[in-house]
Design a protein around this ligand. Structure first.
Ligand SMILES: [Zn+2]
Length: 296
């Protein structure tokens, strides 16, 4: 059976800074996307380099100023819109939505109901699926990294490393996720799920729908909105996370909050900013305080 075409490549073109010429697509039949947006026959869409960038099947579409080029392929009912760019060998399918100024490249695959938006970048050998949301300035790269479930990566979160998976976890601020040792997810208990993660400055933060320090979270718990069971489990998980999972991580400089060297062979820790130093045994392991607590 011959597939009925839904778009043609128009003659409206533009050459991007990498010397790739992209063409505006034009709908040759009317249809409604998975998100309920109607595309009418004759309507122009976004930009692609060649016909193989966008499937003629399904209700997938490229809207607005979004660009799909290289060997990238958008299919199924996936949507690319806004100023998003999809290139390299990236594949976007199912009901995935790429929007905002998101960039997807490398061999990244965005499947199912996953969404990538904001200024997020997803590249490398990464699979984003389920209801995962990658937003803010989050950068997801790595080798064999899978993000699914209801995971949220926001803020300046950076994900790299190889062969690990993130499902029900939430990351904000400058979270660093390069292996499963960098975070711990707890719950749902009494309907509450939290993620302990570390930041680029080696602080531990607690993420739920927002993020806070340990002490802020303690205050929140003291409001009595959580069961004693949740509190007890949380305290245990927190101490395990600090003591074992992050055992090679040292707190930022107590004087200037600068980052410290983390040479595993060195016997001392020194601040890369002001140069103060102390033996490893006496340098505090983890900054449990929030940024404002450090101010003097
Ligand atoms: Zn310092």
């Amino acid at each position: 059976m011959k597939i009925m075409k839904k778009f043609k490549i128009s003659s409206i073109n533009y050459t991007n800074p990498d010397d790739v010429t992209l063409y505006r697509i034009c709908a040759v039949s009317s249809f409604v996307t998975a998100s309920g947006d109607r595309v009418s026959k004759g309507e122009f869409g976004g930009w692609i380099e060649k016909e193989s960038n966008l499937s003629q099947e399904g209700n997938c579409w490229v809207f607005d100023d979004a660009k799909v080029f290289g060997d990238a392929f958008v299919r199924g009912d996936a949507i690319v819109k806004g100023n998003a760019k999809v290139f390299g060998s990236a594949e976007i399918k199912d009901n995935a939505v790429i929007s905002g100024n998101a960039d997807i490249f490398g061999v990244a695959r965005i499947y199912q109901n996953a969404q990538v938006c904001g200024l997020a970048k997803v590249f490398g050998s990464v699979l984003i699926k389920g209801n995962a949301l990658i937003t803010g300035r989050a950068k997801v790269r790595g080798d064999g990294v899978i993000i699914g479930g209801n995971a949220i990566l926001s803020g300046d979160t950076e994900t790299y490393g190889s062969k690990f998976q993130i499902y029900e976890s939430v990351f904000f601020e400058d979270a660093i996720v390069k292996s499963i040792d960098d975070f711990f997810s707890l719950g749902p208990i009494d309907g509450l799920s939290i993620t302990l993660f570390r930041t680029a400055n080696n602080e531990i933060r607690i993420g739920e729908f927002a993020t806070c320090s340990y002490y802020d979270f303690e205050k929140f718990m003291s409001l009595g909105k959580m069961s004693p069971l949740f509190k007890e489990i949380f305290q245990k998980v927190y101490s395990v996370f600090v003591e074992y999972v992050l055992q090679d991580i040292f707190a930022p400089c107590p004087i200037c909050r600068g980052r410290v060297n983390n040479d595993p062979d060195a016997s001392t820790i020194h601040c890369l900013h002001c140069g103060c130093s102390a033996p490893k045994e006496s340098w505090r392991k983890i900054a449990v305080l929030s940024k404002k607590d450090f101010m003097v």
